[in-house]
Write a protein that binds this ligand. Sequence first.
Ligand SMILES: *Cc1c(COP(=O)(O)O)cnc(C)c1O
Length: 431
Amino acid sequence: MGYENSKEAFKEALKFIPGGVDSPVRAFGSVGGTPPFIDRGEGAYIYDIDGNCYIDYVQSWGPLIFGHCDSDIEEAVISTAKKGLSFGAPTTLETELAKEIVELFDSIDKVRFVNSGTEAVMSALRLARGFTNRDDFIKFTGCYHGHSDSLLVQAGSGAVTFGSPSSPGVPANLTKHTLLANYNDLKSVERCFEQSSGVACVIVEPIAGNMGLVPADDEFLQGLRELCDRYGALLIFDEVMSGFRASLKGAQGLTNVRPDIVTLGKVIGGGMPVGAFGARADIMKELSPEGPVYQAGTLSGNPVAMSAGLASLKKLKANPKIYEELARRAKRLMEGFEEGAKENNLPLVTQVRGSMFGFFFTDAPVKNFEDSKRGDNRFFKQFHSGMLERGVYLACSSYETGFISTVISDEIIEETIKIAKDVMANITVKE
Ligand SMILES: *Cc1c(COP(=O)(O)O)cnc(C)c1O
């Protein structure tokens, strides 16, 4: 494969855009090399500006559950766009999409739309703090909730500590309210509750997708619910990634635990920038203009974005069986990767939830961020670049989740497995 045009484009982009990209992982920092610049997508495939074709397992990092250029979504977007791109006034499309979401989620009576997952979580956190009149909240090491200040905190060593910011520009004074606990470890959550004078909420990815794919144990989620109830704190499920991905109802389709607030994004916009947060009516009524907790957005509920989300959700609801199909294919893909690893004496752990899959080059079970970090990045780098070279586009970091879309057929899965086995046969341990 040639990458000359992408190399040139990257050089040009670097002159005008920091790192040449508008979101850091796109720069291929953890795997090296030049990121292919994408020209177009079609079904299961994307094509770069050198004319290379790839099977796409990234799908814009989750949103494209029907693959590229789905005709129903395309049609909805185009016909809505022709009526005007934005009004900054209410449209019935917002109510329609809100209704679909409220119908799907027991935990949501009302919902508000924003423009990204980051915004959804940031607003949900403010709402939880406003509702409880408390400042502290608990998050988990390795869980990502967007790039807003108080959420951009991870642990130093996995120890339970008051958080320190993960980025310059975030005042430590602000993140002192962010308490860190370990994923799948209730004891660490209990310690946070004991240390704090008032916890507003616990925020968790009920299926973590930002330390590789690491599902929460059901006892863990139940334990969080109990602790929140005991201390009068709210439980937030960040389902920006898992919503409409793990199942039609996200992680909530796979557990009986009910959160107080839910955040959504990615699939809900069908490829357009949309986020949402929803909760019980008594919580949502705190939000302005009904209540005092302020939140707003010039382009929020944008009609074109709403119509893309609405078309996606209608398609998903009309055909809920697709999740079984997607899960079956994700399982088969991971089974194939495991076969390849075994044949070539590579350590590999795989996990699947619905249309989401993750794999780690390690021997030990992966239950939290510490476990995930044990994955061997030397193997991952060689695997990633080998797959790319052979036309398989995987996320360019071992801390990301892979996705199956409805247009990735059994044949494509088998083809991918064959390629993966060849690539694994050529992985060498280099010091
Ligand atoms: C992607 C993601 C976000 C942030 O969403 P953006 O649209 O990138 O701002 C928040 N939470 C989770 C769980 C995510 O996966």
